[in-house]
Design a protein around this ligand. Structure first.
Ligand code: 8YV
Length: 309
């Protein structure tokens, strides 16, 4: 039987690449395949949440049936175009929530207790001549969670263990023991640590804007484990530079992997290279779920984790 032709947008580890190569005739975009020639044969595209798929590529593949994302985010794909073209989309929800929540809480702790600077202080020998400045207590603080989906819920569960007073914003109130504060400005006003965990779409673009940052105030910190577009990055940089907020811990950036050079000299930030889901166990689970969706589709079965649109 001939294998279905698949266009691969992002690189995977060997443990994901090998089974993909076994089941599909794979064309890797970085090898510059002749799209005019192979485009009409492509039936599936494999990509990541961050990279998505350029609309021009979708257009170049008239027989495209499925875009299988290795990741939960689908903001980098034009769903309207997919709908019009009858292209299905699958993602990998559920398997990465714990890792993303771990990193969000880890970044918040690192920021509050200045763990990266304290490490440098101990390493450099500076400790012998000066004690490290006192830092900020994390447990028992007020946490605001913007977006109480799967990842937001995992963050909340972890924060319960820190005795945090937890509030959240979401489209509607949920059956959870946390305070529902629908307005992001009001949520920020009542938060010491504001965790951004909402999916990204046109509605949430810059949901954390200058007004939310003003409401967070000089004692408030923002932690972003979602997508850069959810925060107005220029407003954030202004707030960090003027210290009108206490700090930021960020796993995602506009234009990543390049980072705005204004971040580099700041002392009130913890910066991560978009590694929320990046543990081996989770990446293996994401790869398997991505392939299971591809396999189901080409076996004529329903997708395991379709993106509904
Ligand atoms: C990864 C992500 O960057 O799940 C997402 O949407 O952004 C991340 O988990 C990526 O998709 C891994 O392939």
């Amino acid at each position: 039987m001939t294998k279905p032709q698949l266009l691969q947008i992002t690189r995977y580890s060997d443990w994901d690449q090998a089974p993909l190569d076994l089941a599909f005739q794979v064309h890797q975009i970085w090898n510059n395949p002749d799209l005019a020639e192979i485009g009409p044969q492509i039936r599936a595209i494999a990509t990541s949440g961050g990279a998505g798929v350029a609309s021009a590529l979708i257009e170049a593949c008239p027989k495209l049936e499925l875009i299988a994302i290795n990741g939960v985010g689908y903001d980098a794909i034009d769903l309207g175009l997919c709908k019009a073209r009858g292209v299905k989309v699958s993602n990998t929800p559920g398997v990465l929530d714990g890792d993303c929540a771990d990193l969000a809480v880890g970044m918040a702790l690192a920021l509050a207790r200045a763990i990266p600077e304290a490490d440098a202080h101990a390493r450099s020998g500076a400790w012998a001549s000066a004690s490290f400045p006192l830092q900020r207590r994390f447990f028992g603080a007020r946490a605001g969670i913007l977006g109480l989906g799967r990842i937001g819920m995992e963050i909340a569960r972890r924060l319960e263990g820190f005795g945090m007073d937890i509030a959240y914003s979401a489209r509607s109130a949920k059956a959870v023991p946390y305070r529902f504060i629908p307005d992001p400005v009001a949520l920020a006003e009542q938060s010491d640590f504001l965790f951004v965990a909402t999916l990204a779409n046109a509605e949430t673009r810059h949901i954390v804007n200058a007004e939310v940052l003003r409401a967070l105030g000089p004692k408030g910190a923002v932690i972003n484990i979602s997508r850069a577009a959810n925060i107005d990055e220029n407003a954030l940089l202004d707030a960090l530079e003027s210290q009108s907020i206490a700090g930021a811990a960020l796993d995602v950036f506009e234009g990543e992997p390049a980072i705005n050079p204004r971040f580099a000299p700041l002392k009130n930030v913890v910066l991560q290279p978009h590694q929320g889901s990046a543990t081996e166990a989770t990446r293996r689970a994401m790869g398997k779920l991505q392939r299971d969706n591809l396999t189901a589709h080409f076996a004529g079965k329903p997708l395991l984790t379709p993106v509904d649109f």
